[in-house]
Ligand binder design. Sequence first.
Ligand code: ASP
Ligand code: MG
Length: 457
Amino acid sequence: MKCSYLGMKQTAKIESFAKNDTSQFREMTPVKISNMALIVHKYGGTSMGSTERIRNVAKRVAKWARAGHQMVVVPSAMSGETNRLLGLAKELAPAKPTDAYSRELDMLASTGEQVSVGLLAIALQAEGVESVSYAGWQVPIKTDNSFTKARIESIDDKRIRGDLNAGRVVIVTGFQGVDEASNITTLGRGGSDTSAVAVAAALKAAECLIYTDVDGVYTTDPRVVPEARRLHTVSFEEMLEMASMGSKVLQIRSVEFAGKYKVPLRVLSSFTPWDIDIHEEATSGTLITFEEDENMEQAIVSGIAFNRDEAKVSVIGVPDKPGIAYQILGTVADANIEVDVIIQNLSKDGKTDFSFTVHRNDFAKTVDLLKTAVLPNLGSAEIVGDTKICKVSIVGIGMRSHVGVASKMFRSLSEEGINIQMISTSEIKTSVVIDEKYMELAVRALHKAFDLDQTGA
Ligand code: ASP
Ligand code: MG
């Protein structure tokens, strides 16, 4: 099975099950949910937003349990709760990047999920379903000690399996774990997705279903293109590209995790009636797959992603000689600033220009850094910045085996009179940087050019 990690930022480290043999997960391919499967459900904050909604979650989970499945449920905190808790901390003291402060943030923020699991277990018991809830440390879900952005190292499946075998539904807190010194840790905002996928991997679940407030992964954001279609399946690599470029359906780390451990993952709506037919429910939403299914009609481009998170920095008139790129980009990298698209112009009279993009939050810092640390060594070079840019990308594993895809993209943009400032490509995507004011126009034009509004892909 081929599984590359194209487009992942190089600094992205994938969480690993240090203590488990990872090969045990490698054989897994998406399976049909048969009777008596082990299933993980994940419910987001909106789905857990009130006692009434929690009751609905309980009824839905009870339906799955009664159908004969072994059920593990990983909920988020009730919507708004994590923000509320973190807001309380800020009222008392401004955020500090110290371990001591971050440790307490995790102690605090993790309580949101503890409330959720307790309430859901009570709701399930009220439905007549035996159930038990656990905090991360009780499982335990072991993590490293990077407070507020911890990575999962191992999950002990013993306690959960014991309960499942005794016929109980097991509810495990999302978002949190415990480090070696028994400190509570959290996995970063949106981390419950990663918790659910990790629990599913550890238990070798047949499928991990992520119930959320959207009903799947779309060809692009339906708010920009009303004709956007829900994809029935999307490959893990495409999902990774789309998740990293602004399609905020899943925390990107959960997608990396699912890819690494081959966890069959489905994104689906939690707003369907809880008593919808279970087979209909089990095939709804978007399934994230790992192999190109030869029988499946494969679209060349599966989706259009876009974001406004980046800014462009140009260093104009630098000497065209060895070591310059390193001086500029090395300095930026040493400051822990991630660089995305890079171009260098043809040189003229021994001088050249460099442009690259960084996250908008890092823009001011980058310009400052270059002005103080790099520019003084570069003679008459100057720095020009532009924050009014956006990145638009076409994504599709079908691009690997088709030529002319990028040129079709460029033609379509030129027909709209949109000037391309930068281009970057990988095996499964082509991205362009353009003026921010043309973002929606570009996305609509590309969605149409690649027939994404047609059904059947
Ligand atoms: N409750 C956490 C958050 O709001 C984790 C999650 O919802 O996934 O970020
Ligand atoms: Mg979420």
